[in-house]
Design a protein around this ligand. Sequence first.
Ligand SMILES: [Fe+2]
Length: 472
Amino acid sequence: MAVANTSSSSWSSTLLFAIVFLLLVNISVFCNGGKTSTFTRKPEKTEDMPLHSDVFVAPSGYNAPQQVHITQGDDEGKAVIVSWVTMNEPGKSVVHYWREGSPHKKMVAKGYLVTYRFFNYSSGFIHHCTLKDLQFDTKYYYEVGIGHTKRQFWFMTPPEIHPDVPYTFGLIGDLGQTYDSNKTLDHYESNPKKGQAVLFVGDLSYADNYPYHDNNRWDSWARFVERSVAYQPWIWTAGNHELDFAPEIGENEPHKPFTHRYPVPYKASGSTAPFWYSIKRASAHIIVLSSYSAYGKYTPQCEWLEAELPKVDRSKTPWLIVLVHSPWYNSYNYHYMEGETMRVMFEPWFVKYKVDVVFAGHVHAYERTERISNVVNGHCGAVKDQSAPVYITIGDGGNIEGIANNMMEPQPEYSAYREASFGHGIFEIKNRTHAHYSWHRNEDKFSVEADSMWFFNRHWHPLDDSTTTQHH
Ligand SMILES: [Fe+2]
């Protein structure tokens, strides 16, 4: 009996040891992800601001230009597309503009206007006008409208393209027009880092959440964001809420409101459609892709990207940034694998051409990954890869659909930081080797960085820049 007892207790301690050992191995293998923030936002309801809210008020005066917005108008930053809407009559598609300090040297640019119908909605007169041959790094004033209803705005052109020129981009996604959207925009505008242009990762107005995609909500959204986008360019990415594909009400043409309202300079980069294109700005080469246009082999988008990537000249624009709506890596339980087919198509190129960072939206929360790839034949799963981009999901603008707060557990190893809060990001390029990235949650004071990372450029300084490394 005594022997048997000893043997039994020896067996059970061996078993206990084995269980503890397996648990430890298990933890180190599967639970070695990054940080899931313990911050929880107040569970307040996310709802759209009513149409009579002050942020939506139309400017006074008969036929006054409203919904003024600008975006880059060429491939290097010497042109700006100015857009606005007049509601009562066509007016003139003309912009008067002048350099700061030279009001006597007013220039004039002539544009064009478009209108469209969407089910029972008729748009106002939507004007687009490209100001060309601008000087770099210069403040311009511009005026739209005629007679008593002139409105004046201004913008700064970017510095000339140069590998070491600093430049600060804001990052906003899935904004919508709720009280939370307004907080996000406030925080971006008040951020002391002062973004100079916004990289917008798709899903603008969420008008399609209304019956018949009530396009009055496209108008109200454009009035809401005018306070920023009339003064600095927002670079547009198409999201699923830009599709407005509604055959049940006879609307068979995808992207109709979006393309009529938000022109982009796609032809300048050899693209054949406004959903995928590139621009160069300061020290960055920015590639915009479309999750909702065909991207399989032989499609126009795929052929364009294949030709585009070898054209990126890191000696002129060291920072290679990609914008796409649907994320390729996402550890929230939303939109599972929606980005997967595009990842399979394009990820090997992103690794080959050493993309620095990919920004996406769609998932209404925040997440930053390690540098990872999943491109090795016969191996399925993300592995750390210093040639791969960091993937940042920043679909946390605060739209009507609410926060995504259900996460995969345990946190996958590729996920460096995730948090179910609304906010915006700032990508601050310092020179050809370093950029500082920060994420700002709406509940914090304007200058607080809830998450941050020093990016080392993949071409000029390809050292390990993971935040775990930085912390040690
Ligand atoms: Fe989306």
